[in-house]
Each structure stands twice: as C-alpha cells, then as structure tokens.
Ligand binder design. Structure first.
Ligand SMILES: *Cc1c(COP(=O)(O)O)cnc(C)c1O
Length: 487
C-alpha cells in the first residue's frame, strides 16, 4: 500500500514513511493511493473482538506490519481502557445508538488513535532503521494534547511537543497537559486560538531551515494531529466494530444502511467514517455536527469555505476550529489534487475558497451538516438526562441535537466523543446545578448528582502539581523549539 499527497506534488511513500512524515513535504495530507476494500463477513465479524477487527482494518493500510505485530500493538495500546470491549454502544431509543469512544486514559475519543500511534510510529522507525529521534509536534484544542502526552509518555526515540490555546481549554484538560511527567514532554500555552496554533505547527513541519538544523542533531519531525494518517486508520476501526456490534445486538441486519452523526472539529473523526464507507461499510448519510463556529455548516450549504470570521469560545472547545484540516482529504477524493492545491492556496492567501458546483453536489449527496449553539447544547444535556437518565458531554450533546434536524428511515449512530466528567462544569450548569470554581469539587458534585462514579483515570488528577507553566506568543514558538531541541 502506497500513500499520496492531496496536493499532488510529493512522491508516493510507503505506510511507514507516511506515518513518520505526518505532513507530506508539499504541505498536503497523505491518503491511500488506492483504497483497500474490506471483506465483510458479518456472521464472523459480529462476534469479533475490537482487536480482531482492528487487525483486519489496519493490515489493509499498513501491510509492512505483520498481523501478529498489529495484534500486539492493539492489545497493548488499549490495555488500560476502562471498558473491556474498548468502545461501548449505548442505546438511546429504538432507532438511535451512541458510540462511546471515551473509555481511554484521557476520557476523549482521541485516545482511540493516540494510544495506538506511538506503537505504529516506533515500529516504523525500527523497520526503516532510522536512528533519529522523532519530534512529535502537536497543536491541540484540548483533547489531542492530553491523549498524545499520555500515549508518547517516555516512549524511546520520541519527543512530544504540545501547543495549546491559553483560552478555551477546560480546567481538566489543562491539568492533564500541564502535569504530564514524561522526560520527553514539552508543553506550552500559546496566546491565540487552536487555528493559530495549528497553522504555526504546519509551517514548522515544513520549515526547511529548521529541518536541516534538526537533521544535524539526528532529529526529525512527525505529527500527532489528525493530519497523521495513523490516526485516521485507527479511527476507521471503530466504525466497522460498531456496525458489527449493532448486527450482533439485532439492532441492524447485515448490509442494512446505518447513518452516522459526528461532532466535528478538524474533520478527522467524520472522515474516518467516510473512509469506512469507501471501504465498503454500509453507511448512509454522514452528518457533520458543528457548534457556533459553524464554518462547515455554511460550507456544506454553499460551497464557500469562509475562515475569515469571528472565532467563538463555546462549551464544546474541541470543536472550536475555523480551519478544518481533514476536509482537504475529502475534497481530494471528490475533486483531485489540482483542484485541492488551488483551493488550499486560496485559503492560505485569502482565508476563503469556493468549490465548483459538481463537487458541491457530490458533497451534499453524502453529507448533512448543521450546527447547534451553546444554549441548545445545555438544553440537550438536560433533556437527555431527564428523559433517558443518560449523561452527555457537551460535544456529544451537539451531535445529538443536530441529529434531530435530519429525520431518516435508517438506524442512527451518534458518536460520543468525551466523558461528561471531562467537562463537569458545563454539564453541571446545564443540569441546573451550581458549578464550583474548583474543578475537583465539580467532579464529585457531578458524581453525586448523576450517581455515577468519577472515572478512575482522573480520580487523582488534581493531586498532581503542574510542571509545564510556560506561556508564549505564536511568533515565539520557532525560537522556543530551537531552544528546547538544542538546535
Ligand atoms: C477532537 C474532538 C472532536 C472533534 O473531532 P475531529 O476529528 O477534530 O473532527 C469532538 N469531540 C471531542 C470531545 C474531541 O476531543
């Protein structure tokens, strides 16, 4: 299996190389040169474990690894998840199921890919006999940072650098990042939003002068953002597993259409659903759920991507994004590299681009898109708790609310991306409770109110002392990197 860049100006590379590079040298994102097809024998798959399905999916993407190697990676990566099946399907009503992807160590769906990525990356370094240390450069809106720091904690031949926006992340997310203890971690708050951080990281990743200085020190860049192909491949797995489980439970007949709604920020999670569909999974409409930063809703309606607008800090911070990276992979699939290269150039220069009508029609055939503001998000948390005795986190609540806009005869799967305890303050307020200033107190309040235990993974989080207290302007990140890496 080879991988190509969405901008068409970089050489084809192996899966191992694509994993290590993160971003393609022409600034594009790696996608499979030819899409693999899955062999769906639901009679078998419906009883298969998460690891078994993962092995089948990931072998198609990364054929340089043996099935036994992939099985080991998956087994170790998900060992400390707090749910034996790794992901949980929760019935909401007769036609809707939630797919809980937050049973990993940092309580958000980012763990699904970022627990696995270090195994893929270190094995790729070994197989290609690279002697360099990988510098994993990461911009985060809050959840990627924690999950990447956890996944790469003290992993040999890696250094992990995380830039998070100083405003917008929850207190718990901040605590997860600033207390990261690994000797190979570097965490910095940046004055700016996620878009500023992501843009800076993308520029650094292809900064030739920096890359040369790093080579002299036997260092090389990679990425833990969803621009890394390893994250997307890992995310395809749970859609296949969820489908198999719904067949197992009798919620779906084998081959029946399943619609999927995904709370969306950088478009990585929903793109994985699209890829699963391309690989043959019987998915129907894919619904892009956004918050008040509804750049994607507008784009799917008009074909005009307009990033030049006010950035809003909302109650679902992981979706506070105006430049959604992985959309580029979808556009590549529908319109090809030349169109994508032109649109991305427009985006970089004018903060906007407009796709042609044919591509827009193709998009609209496969996707729904809508948004919900913070007030509706709160109401949805309250409604679902009152009616279903089920606690939603604010990101999942956005998806549940948006899903209501699109009545459909098909079964619905709504992706649940974070534990409500990760956003206890917002959830308590939505439930009409008074949130305290102390985030630890809010965990206990939410636990008492909902009669659910605080997840063990964060039970002693607030006893840890923050060790990463640096705060920098975006323009100083390059100099900081040079200093940190001793370049
Ligand atoms: C990252 C994140 C999202 C958005 O996922 P994308 O892949 O960026 O679209 C949604 N919810 C939560 C809780 C997240 O951490």
């Amino acid at each position: 299996m080879k991988f190509q860049s969405t901008r068409g100006k970089a050489p084809l590379v192996s899966g191992l190389q694509a994993l290590m590079n993160g971003l393609a040298p022409d600034g594009g994102l790696y996608v499979p040169a030819v899409f693999p097809k899955l062999d769906f024998d639901w009679e078998k798959l419906k009883d298969a474990s998460y690891v078994a399905i993962g092995r089948q999916v990931l072998s198609l993407f990364f054929d340089e690894f043996s099935e036994a190697e992939i099985t080991n990676f998956l087994t170790e990566a998900y060992e400390n998840f707090d749910y034996p099946q790794k992901v949980k399907i929760q019935e909401l009503d007769s036609r809707k199921d939630l797919l809980e992807l937050f049973h990993g160590p940092t309580l958000a769906f980012k763990d699904m890919a970022l627990s696995l990525l270090p195994y893929l990356l270190t094995a790729a370094i070994q197989k290609t006999q690279h002697k360099e240390t990988l510098v994993i450069l990461t911009a985060t809106s809050g959840d990627t940072g924690g999950a990447a720091l956890n996944g790469f904690n003290n992993v040999t031949q890696t250094k992990i650098v995380v830039y998070y926006p100083s405003v917008g992340v929850s207190k718990l997310q901040r605590q997860q990042m600033t207390t990261a203890s690994g000797k190979n971690t570097h965490v910095v708050a940046v004055t700016g939003n996620f878009d500023d951080a992501q843009k800076a990281v993308k520029q650094l990743l292809i900064d030739q002068e920096l890359i040369q200085r790093m080579q002299a020190r036997s260092l090389r860049f990679s990425s833990a953002n969803s621009i890394n192909i390893g994250r997307l491949a890992a995310q395809v797995v749970y859609y296949v597993y969820a489908y198999a489980q719904l067949v197992q439970k009798g919620r779906l007949k084998a081959g029946q259409t399943l619609d999927v709604t995904v709370p969306t920020g950088n478009f990585g999670d929903i793109l994985a659903a699209y890829w699963a569909k391309k690989m043959g999974l019987p998915l129907g409409k894919l619904t892009v759920a956004s918050n008040a930063n509804h750049v994607l809703t507008d784009f799917f309606a008009s074909g005009i991507y307009q990033a030049d607008r006010d950035f809003k800090v909302t109650s679902s911070p992981a979706m506070d994004i105006l430049v959604s990276s992985n959309l580029e992979r979808l556009l590549f699939d529908l319109a090809g590299a030349d169109s994508v290269a032109g649109w991305m150039k427009d985006l970089a220069e004018k903060q906007t681009y407009e796709i042609d009508d044919k591509t827009l029609a193709k998009l609209q055939k496969q996707f729904n898109a809508a948004f919900c503001d913070s007030a509706q998000t709160s109401q949805t948390i309250k409604k679902i708790f009152t009616e279903n005795n089920y606690l939603l986190d604010p990101h999942t609540a956005v998806a549940v609310a948006v899903n209501e806009n699109f009545p459909s005869p098909d079964q619905q799967l709504i992706v649940s991306t974070a534990s409500p305890f990760k956003f206890a303050e917002t959830v308590l307020t939505a439930l009409g409770q008074t949130a305290a200033a102390d985030p630890e107190l809010n965990l206990n309040k939410l636990s008492q109110f909902s009669k659910q235990a605080v997840p063990a993974a964060i039970a002693d989080l607030f006893t840890k002392k923050p060790v990463h207290t640096q705060k920098l302007a975006i323009k100083d990140l390059r100099a900081d990197l040079i200093e940190t890496l001793g370049l």
